[in-house]
Design a protein around this ligand. Structure first.
Ligand SMILES: CC(C)(COP(=O)(O)OP(=O)(O)OC[C@H]1O[C@@H](n2cnc3c(N)ncnc32)[C@H](O)[C@@H]1OP(=O)(O)O)[C@@H](O)C(=O)NCCC(=O)NCCSC(=O)CCC(=O)O
Length: 338
């Protein structure tokens, strides 16, 4: 069984091994074991904290294959971005240059540096081991976060965003970076991107161009990658679009990957979720699949399993109940899988 749960320090080595497989552009899962340990510690602290409004908390979840005990994936929630250090984005804007006398009217796309997403909650760090992809496992890893969010609204902002990994080729080269960032940073895309995911990103403020960028002045290859995701990120984007996330014209400052957004109440997994009480029935015979989670914080658990929904009761097997840490009559939250 695949079990979605909060990370523990015991997972550190396995996550470090996963992080080595992420390639370029997944900065929120650091490859440096010390930085990873720090992230795990922050996550443990965040789950344990009593929270009245979203702040610097960072919640890291893992997907554990309970038959082998192996951690096969990660996903995360940053409660509120940009509060400790600025959260940069480019807004794709429009400027018009017109000369009625010459009969010329030019509409020119621009990139404007800003911090418009300050205070929003970011979903991040979605990564599934390549051996486990393609069978729907990614859905649990992505959606398990939304039931946690529904359970604990005070911990998160109403607006939820995702910065999707932008396009880079098989050698990790980002045409957008080559055409823009490279002129100002004097380093490779991977180095700059990794630095931005680290504790301090004030170097961005120091080095980034201050004036709007005229998009037609970028290379054609760079223009073509504006708002485009990395090929490996297509499934993640598809999952989030189905949840209701939309692109509203913001892109990453390094690789031009799209930032997409949604309001909590419009997230499909949340909208269709039902509060239920548990009934343990080991002969439950159903082909209907549900995302099923408990209502806990540090001991949060979520699985995908067949179950029977009768009114506001969910019938699950003892094995599923055990995995979720639930007894008869306990409260749970479920979303039917369509
Ligand atoms: C993203 C995941 C975890 C998804 O896992 P799986 O591949 O097992 O997902 P899945 O459930 O099999 O597929 C999800 C949906 O995508 C569809 N799908 C599969 N391949 C596709 C492709 N090439 N183009 C478009 N859609 C595609 C499937 O049909 C399915 O849709 P149907 O249900 O309709 O059939 C994985 O692919 C992965 O680890 N990718 C590499 C890491 C990565 O780039 N992560 C995102 C970084 S960006 C980030 O982290 C922020 C976003 C976030 O945190 O969520």
């Amino acid at each position: 069984m695949m079990l979605f749960r909060p990370v523990t320090q015991d997972d550190a080595d396995q996550i470090a091994a996963l992080a080595q497989q992420t390639g370029t552009g997944l900065t929120t899962l650091p490859k440096d074991p010390e930085k990873l340990k720090h992230k795990i510690a922050l996550s443990i602290e965040s789950f344990a904290a009593t929270v009245e409004y979203p702040g610097k908390e960072y919640y890291l979840f893992v997907l554990e294959d309970t038959t082998t005990g192996k951690v096969v994936g990660t996903s995360g929630l940053a409660a509120a971005v940009g509060l400790e250090q600025p959260f940069y984005t480019y807004k794709v804007g429009t400027t018009v240059h017109a000369s009625p006398r010459l009969g010329i009217h030019k509409t020119i796309p621009t990139l404007i540096l800003g911090h418009d997403y300050t205070g929003t909650t970011e979903i991040c760090t979605l990564f599934l081991s390549p051996n486990h992809r393609g069978g729907g496992t990614g859905k649990l890893l992505s959606k398990g976060r939304f039931l946690f969010l529904k359970n604990h609204p005070k911990r998160f902002a109403n607006k939820i965003i995702a910065e999707m990994r932008g396009y880079s080729d098989e050698n990790g080269v980002s045409p957008f970076w080559e055409s823009l960032g490279r002129h100002f940073f004097d380093m490779d895309f991977d180095d700059a991107d990794t630095k931005s995911g680290e504790d301090s990103n004030e170097f961005i403020a120091e080095l980034m161009p201050k004036y709007p960028i005229y998009v037609p002045m970028l290379s054609e290859e760079a223009q073509a990658t504006l708002g485009k995701v990395h090929p490996d990120t297509e499934p993640a984007l598809k999952l989030l679009k189905k949840e209701g996330f939309r692109y509203t014209g913001y892109v990453d400052i390094f690789d031009a990957g799209p930032t997409i957004e949604v309001r909590q109440e419009n997230i499909d997994t949340i909208k269709r979720s039902i509060d239920v009480n548990v009934v343990i029935n080991s002969s439950v015979d159903s082909t209907q699949r549900f995302l099923i989670a408990n209502r806990k914080v540090e001991d949060y658990r979520c699985v995908l399993a067949n179950a029977q929904l009768i009114d506001n009761r969910i019938e699950i097997t003892a094995e599923i109940a055990n995995a979720l840490g639930l007894k008869n009559d306990d409260q749970a939250i479920v979303t039917p899988m369509s």
